[in-house]
Design a binder for this molecule. Structure first.
Ligand SMILES: *Cc1c(COP(=O)(O)O)cnc(C)c1O
Length: 433
């Protein structure tokens, strides 16, 4: 290591990667191997018992995956990270580590749809109950905590399509007052725009599928931990109890600040199994090398597009918190001074017909269900993900029939605006025909 704290851009390129000691390869080698040879029977036994660091089997750890983990941990300012096969599996292993049957989670009601169903359908069926808080006030999260049963507080840095910003410091205060960890899904922000650990979050999860990988090629997830949470505070007895299947160690006693991450790997990855593939880790790590440059381009373009939309008479509202008109503009300035990323919704005048017509007439933007690609992406929630609901249910659920969600890419902003402009014209002509 240099006698210098490297900057964000340097770490995006170098963290977790040194020239390969065996071959001199400068790019990150893809260690496409399910398992790793032991030095001796003694060595094998020590690795299995977690008495010695070393690779065993790629469900638990793999050198290419480890490089990606170290890179993201460095950028988030965390102690370490565990990568998984998707964003939802990153959340699942985290929840499964901290909560079991009879336990309770307090979460924002404004989460990614798959996160809502993971908590509300699958985890509820396993006996983990979630209270969804429909407010952005940390006091309402505090009121939802059930002493002795709640195990974590969960929210997203930037929600979509509302563009709402979490009060991370306020939520951390509420969680810590109850001796609970604050878990933040920071997928849409990425560590370039916001580092939740600096605001008091204990665990940060990502869908690396989105901006971290950045090119719409690869599914992956990652869990980063600060190393600051006290896992011996008696709310989490599993960290202090003797672990028979690992020779009588205790997670907290033997691993201290590494207790959560070590257990996540040795217990949740072992038992649940959503390992990140080495080839995927390579692609995601490659994407992260240019994260600062891409995110800057994403927010610069988002600002241009959001300001253009807001000034356009064909548009009713724009949910980008970088605009002074957004209810969380001040929070965005506090937590995301470089800009609140590039995923947001906007409402077109004329409702469903014009919203749908807009999507049908774009030629540069891609109509698909993803975000965080270098390419501009667009979707009309009322005719896709929420198509089965009535107009009234859409309004009640905050999904206006004319709402369009945009993930602004890194193309020329003028071309993105040109495309939206001509598609709006065509949609209005179609609607009045
Ligand atoms: C996409 C997404 C997820 C789920 O990630 P996958 O990689 O698709 O499993 C979770 N949270 C947010 C905010 C997302 O956008």
């Amino acid at each position: 290591m240099a006698d210098r704290d490297y900057g964000f851009r340097t770490r995006a390129v170098h963290a977790g990667n040194v020239p390969d000691s065996a071959t001199g390869a400068r790019a990150l080698p893809i260690y496409q191997s399910s398992a790793f040879v032991f030095d001796s029977t003694e060595d094998a036994a020590a690795r299995f018992a977690l008495q010695k660091y070393g690779n065993i089997y790629s469900r638990l750890a793999n050198p290419t995956v480890a490089s990606f983990e170290e890179r993201v941990a460095s950028l988030e300012g965390g102690l370490g990270a565990v990568a998984t096969s998707s964003g939802l599996s990153a959340q699942f292993v985290t929840f499964a580590s901290l909560a079991g049957a009879g336990d309770h989670i307090v979460a924002s009601s404004n989460l990614y749809g798959g996160s809502i169903t993971q908590l509300d359908v699958t985890l509820r069926r396993f006996g983990v109950e979630t209270t969804f808080v429909a407010s952005d006030d940390p006091a309402d999260y505090a009121a939802a905590i059930i002493p002795g049963r709640t195990k974590l507080v969960f929210a997203e840095t930037i929600a979509n399509p509302s563009g709402d910003i979490a009060d991370i410091a306020g939520l951390a205060e509420v969680a810590h007052a109850a001796d609970l960890p604050l878990v933040i899904d920071s997928t849409i922000a990425t560590p370039y725009l916001c580092r939740p650990i600096e605001w008091g979050a204990d665990i940060v999860v990502h869908s690396a599928t989105k901006f971290l990988g950045g090119h719409g090629t690869t599914l992956g997830g990652v869990v980063v931990e600060s190393g600051r949470f006290d896992w011996s505070n008696h709310n989490f007895p599993l960290f202090e109890e003797t672990v028979a299947h690992y020779g009588g160690l205790t997670w907290y006693g033997n691993f201290g600040e590494y207790a959560f991450l070590t257990r996540l790997r040795a217990e949740q990855l072992r038992d649940i199994g959503p390992a990140l593939a080495p080839h995927s880790a390579f692609l995601l790590a490659q994407g992260v090398e240019t994260l600062p440059y891409r995110m800057q381009a994403h927010v610069d373009n988002a600002r241009r597009v959001a300001e253009w939309l807001e000034a356009d008479p064909r548009i009713e509202t724009v949910n980008w918190a970088g605009l002074p008109s957004h209810r969380h503009h001040a929070r965005a300035a506090q937590y995301l001074p470089l800009g609140p990323s590039s995923v947001f919704g906007f409402v077109v005048k004329g409702g469903r017909a014009v919203g749908q017509g807009l999507i049908e007439n774009v030629t540069l933007a891609s109509h698909l269900a993803n975000i965080g690609d270098a390419k501009t992406l667009i979707i009309h929630p009322a005719s896709t993900t929420h198509a089965q609901l009535t107009e009234q249910q859409l309004v009640d659920g905050g999904v206006h029939p004319g709402l369009v969600r945009l993930s602004v890419g890194i193309e020329d902003a003028d071309d993105i605006i040109y495309d939206l402009d001509q598609a709006l014209d065509a949609a209005l002509k179609g609607a009045s025909a």
